[in-house]
Design a protein around this ligand. Structure first.
Ligand code: CTP
Ligand code: MG
Length: 229
């Protein structure tokens, strides 16, 4: 089973408000991208890693990410205007480079994703088309229309989903092509497989695998890293 990972690093990080794109912002002395690359160092099975970065990235930003790795890693300056477009361009590159059986999509905005979580989604996708990490929701979630509550959702049926997400390569490609054809835009890849009728399963996520969105998330991530040491 050949596996490739697409690392999504092409967002601008508008809500973080840093002077460089979010993937190149530092957390405890290393860029978010470098944290992810180190996590995947010497991965078993071996991974082809494709990093999707913005087309106009300053080349001085990228070398640091690749210091400590011997993986087959390629930088692709093909980031699109949306996450979905960045994944689609990454898929084309991965098809040309490795044509893997399985592809893992991971947001570099989640620099704390542990190695075991990559292993868990890879194990689970063997019996499915997609496998995603999920965390039970503890808040009560309501549907609203402006400031009026219209519905309270059944919490037992809700989970919050993270990356890394693993997919059968052909299923992910097909799901992306269909979405493009239908003009559908989603915030994760699993949603595109779901609407195309593919089977996506969940594995237990990691509560520490937070997404860096705003400046305070960097402080929280640093704190969580301290706990894990
Ligand atoms: N991403 C991407 N290409 C885009 C937009 C997002 O590769 N056009 C990636 C980001 O780099 C990130 C992940 O998708 O790893 C999740 O996106 P998000 O957290 O929204 O990051 P940004 O889009 O960079 O942040 P913001 O929305 O605040 O600008
Ligand atoms: Mg965004």
């Amino acid at each position: 089973m050949s596996v490739a990972a697409i690392l999504l690093a092409a967002g601008s990080g508008e809500r973080l408000g840093a002077s460089v794109p979010k993937a190149f912002v530092e957390l405890d002395g290393r860029s978010l991208l470098e944290h992810v690359v180190l996590t995947l160092h010497d991965h078993d099975p071996p991974l082809g890693i494709l990093v999707v970065v913005p087309g106009d990235i300053d080349d001085r930003l990228t070398p640091g990410a690749f210091r400590a790795t011997d993986q087959d890693m390629v930088i692709s300056k093909t980031g699109g205007p949306t996450r979905q477009a960045s994944v689609a361009s990454g898929l084309e590159a991965v098809a040309d480079l490795w044509r893997p059986d399985i592809v893992i999509c991971h947001d570099v905005a989640r620099p704390l994703a542990p190695r075991w979580l990559f292993a868990d989604v890879l194990a689970a996708v063997k019996d499915a088309d997609g496998a995603v990490p999920a965390i039970p929701v503890t808040d009560t979630i309501k549907r609203v229309d402006d400031d009026r509550v219209t519905e309270t959702l059944e919490r037992d049926q809700l989970v919050a989903v993270q990356t890394p997400q693993a997919f059968r390569f052909e299923a992910l490609r097909d799901a992306h092509e269909r979405a493009e054809r239908d003009g559908v835009e989603a915030t994760d890849d699993a949603a595109l497989l779901e609407r195309a009728g593919y089977r996506v399963v969940i594995v237990p996520g990691d509560p520490h695998n937070i997404k860096i969105t705003r400046p305070e998330d960097l402080r929280m991530a640093s704190f969580l890293r301290g706990l894990d040491d």
